[in-house]
Each structure stands twice: as C-alpha cells, then as structure tokens.
Design a binder for this molecule. Structure first.
Ligand SMILES: *Cc1c(COP(=O)(O)O)cnc(C)c1O
Length: 435
C-alpha cells in the first residue's frame, strides 16, 4: 500500500518510509491511498471474536500488503494485551474504557503499536534506531512505556525540569533499559527546539540514526481504529441489548487523531451512524462545523488539558477523508464545546447519579451524548484516560479522595533516573555523540 501526503507536494511512499519519516517532506500528513471495506463475513463473526482477533482483522486491511501475517499478528497481539471494556454508565450511554493500559490512557494503543512496528522495520536494517521525543508530560510516558524493551530501539525523552507532575515524571524516569530521560533546564518549547535541532544536525545524524515518535505517525494513528470495532463487537455480542437502536460515538478531541481513526472504521463498514467531536473551550473544530471556516488560534489552558489544542494536526486528515467537503463532514460529525464549569458539573452529576467517575476529557464525551442522543439512538464515548491521572482536579470537583490504581502507585515506588542538561543544543549534541 502506498501512502500519500495530504499536501500532495511529495511522491507517495511505502509504509516503512511513512513510519520511519513520520511527517512528509512537504509537512503534510501521510494517508493510505486506499481504505478497504471489511467483508460482511467479518462483521457477522465479529461478536464471537476477542479483542486481539478483531484488531488483527482490521490491521490486515491496513498493513496486510506490507507485513507478513505472522509478524503482523505478533505486533497486534503484543500491543492489545490489556482490556478495553465497554461499560454501561446510564440508560443509553456507555463508556469505552481505554485506560487499562500501562500509562492509563488511550495513547498506549498507538504508542505500543508504533514501537513494535518500528522494531520490525528496524530489525530488517540491523542498526539501532534512536527515538527522540519532547514531552510536556503525557506523551513521554506513553511513548517510553510503549517502546520499553523493544529491541533495536533506544528512546530519549526530553522533558522540562520541574514542569511536569511527579507522577508523570515517574512514568518515564523509572523505567531504565532502553529508555533514557533527559531533564532539561528549560521549558517544553526548549525541549521541542532541541529535538528539532537534533534532527537537522548533519554530524549527529551521521553518528546515529534518529527518528521521532510523533502522534501524527501513521503507525500511531491507524491502530486506534481497532477499538471502535471492538466497541461494536461488545454491543453485538449480546452483552448489552441494543433494541435496534442506532449507535452514536462521541470522541473527546484535541489533535483529532483518535476520532479520525474512528471515521476510518466507519468508512470500512462499521455500523456507527454518526460521530460527535467533543471539545473543551478550544473549539476550533466546533466553529469549523458551524461556519465552514477553519480558524486556528492559540490554545487556552483548561481542566481537560490533553485537548488544549489550537490547531488540530489531524484536521488535514479529516479534510482528505471527506474530499474537503464541509457538507460531507457535517453529515457524519457533529460538534460540542464545554467550559471548565460544564465539565466539572458533568463529573459531579454522573458521579452522584450513576456512581461512575469520569475524567475531565471523558466528561466532555458523556455530556455531549447526554445532550444530543435521540430516542432511537444509543451512544458510547471514548473514556480517554483514568480519572486518577487528574487526581487533584477530580478530587476538587467531587470533594472526596479517589483510589489510585495499583499501576500508578507502582510507578511512584520506582527510583527516578535522569540526565540533567542545559537547554543549549551543544550540550545535547555533545552528550548524544558519546552514546
Ligand atoms: C491525547 C488525548 C486526547 C485527545 O486526543 P486526540 O487524538 O489528540 O484528539 C483526549 N484525552 C486524553 C486523556 C488524551 O491524552
């Protein structure tokens, strides 16, 4: 399968090139040239299959031409090794819990898959590939844990000293093995600048093979389609009675990678009637749906901070998927936007009336369904992270202490190991040249 750039100014590439490069040379995002619909027989069998089997069938439609079936099966089965249960919250609203992975957020799926796929391609090349990633907190933990122990790859996580929470820091500084944490005396922007300089430095690139694990990488983005199929498999497995209602899916959205993967699923025949993209106050997409104008603007900080995005990078993929048609996009996707107060109210309300504790991102998803579902519809939202990841915010809202899952507590017990450095590129370069 060939991959094209959404900017159409560079030649098409192979899957391997798309995965190793990440971003196209013309700064566009890679898209598969074709999206295969899955056969009716697959949809008939889906309710009897388990998560890994469902994911493998979807993965074959994307990657089957480029990776031998046994290798692909291994990558999928290793990636999808934790539960993704569909849990009933209220009468007609369900939560697809994507927080049962190593770092308790949905990004574990894409990060784990990409690590294994890159490991496969690297294995064919014989020399170690070095992943450089700058983080303001959560991306670093998902990427570091996703790549932990993957042969042929070393990960350097650059993070701003004193500017990430203790639990976030523990999630990527305590791992050891092929993960090195670089504690930069500066800001997140400094870390990003260092990574960019490293990719452009000829001497460094001659010394070591460098790549990024950016969230726009096709190997992080496409696997997110797996769990939309798995949600439908759970609905149809008679675990829950659908009573012939149509399914609506709501995705709390920031950079729009997650929802775009769901839209791919719909294109492959998944019977989801429509989608809702739930925004916080950074409602650039919501405004686009209303006006047809895409006006990026600087992000503002909210309590659903993983969605504080002012220029969603995957918007280009949404446009490509719908041939730039605002009308076609509006047929499949509706928008919603919530203030901090509305998000907090939703967390409190659902906790008190349904006994279900939402995180601030999932709260946007639940609220949009509650306000928008019609009488003949049933909805599920993607619960993108565990509420304990936002402990202080959530405890402040419900006025109670919450349980911290064992996996998070285990990270807290680990010993921090990091290499301190200044924010000057010369220091980073000197360090990497000795590696
Ligand atoms: C990354 C993230 C989002 C936003 O997902 P996109 O794919 O960028 O739209 C939502 N919630 C949480 C908890 C996240 O970490």
């Amino acid at each position: 399968m060939k991959y094209y750039s959404t900017n159409h100014q560079t030649p098409d590439v192979t899957l391997q090139e798309a995965v190793v490069k990440g971003l196209a040379a013309d700064k566009g995002l890679y898209m598969p040239e074709r999206i295969h619909a899955l056969p009716t027989t697959f949809y008939e069998q889906m309710p009897q299959m388990n998560l890994q089997e469902v994911a493998f069938e979807v993965a074959k439609a994307f990657f089957g031409e480029d990776i031998p079936a046994d290798k692909l099966r291994q990558i999928v089965f290793d990636t999808m090794s934790f539960d993704i249960p569909l849990v009933k919250v209220s009468n007609n609203i369900y939560s697809l819990e994507l927080f049962h992975g190593p770092t308790l957020a949905f990004k574990d799926v894409g990060a784990r898959f990409m690590a294994r796929m890159l490991g496969y391609f690297v294995g064919k090349q014989q020399n170690t590939v070095n992943v450089l990633v700058a983080t303001s907190g959560d991306t670093g933990s998902a990427v570091a844990n996703g790549f932990l122990g993957v042969e042929g790859i070393h990960v350097y996580v650059l993070y701003p000293k004193g500017k990430v929470s203790l639990i976030q820091e523990k999630q990527f500084t305590t791992l050891g093995k092929n993960i090195t944490a670089l504690e930069v005396d500066g800001t997140f922007d400094d870390c990003q600048r260092l990574v960019k300089s490293a990719f452009m430095d000829a001497e460094l690139n001659a010394h070591m093979k460098l790549t990024s694990a950016n969230s726009i990488n096709v190997a992080r983005f496409l696997p997110q389609a797996f769990y939309y199929f798995w949600a439908m498999a759970q609905f149809e497995s008679k675990k829950y009675s659908l009573n012939n209602k149509e399914i609506v899916c709501c995705v709390p959205s920031g950079n729009f990678g997650n929802i775009t993967a769901g839209l791919f699923g719909k294109r492959m025949g998944l019977p989801i009637k429509r989608f809702i993209a739930a925004n916080n106050q950074n409602d650039i997409f919501y405004q686009y749906l209303k006006t047809g104008q895409y006006n990026p603007r600087p992000s503002v900080a909210t309590i659903a901070n993983a969605m504080d995005v002012g220029d969603p990078s995957n918007f280009a993929r949404v446009l490509a998927l719908y041939d730039n048609s605002h009308k076609a996009i509006c047929r499949d996707i509706k928008g919603a936007t919530y203030t901090n107060e509305e998000i907090a109210d939703e967390i409190r309300r659902v906790y008190e009336t349904n006994g279900y504790l939402l995180d601030p991102h999932g709260a946007c998803g639940h609220r949009a369904l509650r306000e928008d579902l019609g009488p003949n519809e049933t909805g599920f939202f993607i619960e993108t992270a565990h509420p304990a990841k936002f402990k202080d915010t959530v405890e402040g809202i419900i006025g109670k202490e919450i349980n911290i899952p064992q996996r998070l507590q285990d990270f807290m017990k680990g010993t921090k190991q990091s290499i301190e450095m200044s924010s000057s590129f010369e220091d980073l370069k000197a360090y990497l040249l000795t590696e």
